[in-house]
Design a binder for this molecule. Structure first.
Ligand code: NCD
Ligand code: ZN
Length: 344
């Protein structure tokens, strides 16, 4: 097996940049590896109009030294300005739209309570062939946290799929075998898969009455049977699945070891290396490039990137923290060994 692997430059189809110093730090990490990235719009003030999308794109561009293309979906709410939404989709200020069910995750309180209230927005997306990115979890007191994805698929996604058959949908950070199966069996739908959902199970998060806040994310990681299906989908059956890290940093002060902790795992310092290690463990290194750099671009009607990146098989230890100006974030895989490293 060669020690050097060269792949077409990846894109990260789901990443959180945040604002201010955090945005600068994340941009440094992400632009080192990726060409395009979908920058999630759940900022403190969410990106609900095209002007905010343009300003946000500019901020990320200013922070990046390398050529780098942030794509900003519109944060869907039940009270958007429809004319601005349509114009923003048409003139590419928005890269499609992101559906957060209300209170499903970090900064989702302005999200959607009743999905049928935004069918007019789905119509616009379908007409414009613009993608709908979905945080696919149904939140209710009656639904176990581990079953949220399944309930979303059964109660919401199936209805959307039937009503808008041509709408291009991405079920983001798919976390269950059930979700993988749904994506494979349905048209015009793809899924992103994070490294952490292919590395962790619920045992790594919940212990008695405590949690590990740095392994706590939405959707929460599930069972080993789910992890295995996600690995199979990414590594072997991967025309409908592509890279989306869902790297979501929170300063260490905001990570408490109980369920009031902010959900989100920060993998940007090592995500491509983790994906590579996973594909290597699965004897599927030959399929890494299609997952990291081809399928997502194809689904979204882009050409693959021109440049290439190189990875070398060599051990390194992920530092415990990322520190930048006044910010300190605990890295995913902190203090652990990875056996691939990007080289320039
Ligand atoms: C994300 C965040 O922190 O913004 N958190 C997470 O657990 N994944 C939001 C999200 O994508 O759900
Ligand atoms: Zn996310």
């Amino acid at each position: 097996m060669p020690n050097i692997l060269e792949i077409v430059q990846p894109d990260d189809w789901h990443i959180h940049f945040r604002e201010g110093d955090m945005l600068e730090m994340v941009t440094n990490y992400s632009s080192r590896i990726n060409n395009r990235c979908v920058a999630m719009p759940n900022t403190k003030v969410p990106i609900i109009d095209s002007n905010k999308a343009i300003l946000y794109k500019n901020k990320i561009n200013e922070a990046s030294k390398d050529k780098f293309e942030p794509l900003i979906p519109c944060y869907l709410t039940e009270s958007l300005d429809i004319n601005d939404f349509k114009a923003g989709i048409q003139n590419n200020s928005f890269f499609g739209a992101k559906l957060y069910p209300s209170n499903a995750t970090t900064n989702s309180k302005y999200g959607v309570r009743q999905i049928s209230n935004i069918y007019n927005l789905f119509e616009i997306l379908e007409e414009e062939n613009s993608p709908l990115l979905i945080h696919g979890e149904k939140v209710s007191d009656k639904i176990d946290i581990f079953d949220r994805e399944k309930y979303f698929i059964d109660d919401e996604l199936k209805v959307i799929r039937e009503k808008f058959p041509l709408l291009k949908i991405v079920l983001e950070h798919v976390s269950t075998a059930y979700g993988v199966k749904y994506i494979k069996q349905n048209k015009n739908i793809a899924g992103t898969i994070t490294p952490h959902h292919m590395l962790l199970t619920k045992k790594d998060v919940f212990f008695n009455d405590k949690i590990d806040p740095h392994h706590f994310c939405m959707p929460v990681v599930k069972d080993e049977s789910d992890l295995i299906e996600l690995r199979n989908a990414a590594c072997f059956d991967n025309t409908k699945f592509f890279l989306g890290t869902d790297s979501a940093p929170h300063p260490i002060e905001e990570k408490k070891n109980n369920v009031n902790s902010r959900p989100g795992i920060f993998s940007a310092p090592c995500s491509i290396e983790l994906y590579t290690q996973i594909f290597d463990q699965e004897n599927a290194l030959n399929n890494l490039e299609v997952f990291s750099s081809i399928n997502g671009a194809a689904f979204y009607n882009f050409s693959p990137n021109d440049k290439k990146i190189k990875l070398e098989k060599k051990d390194w230890i992920v530092p415990e923290f990322s520190v930048y100006k006044n910010i300190k974030v605990k890295n995913f895989y902190a203090n652990k060994k990875i056996n691939w490293k990007v080289i320039n």
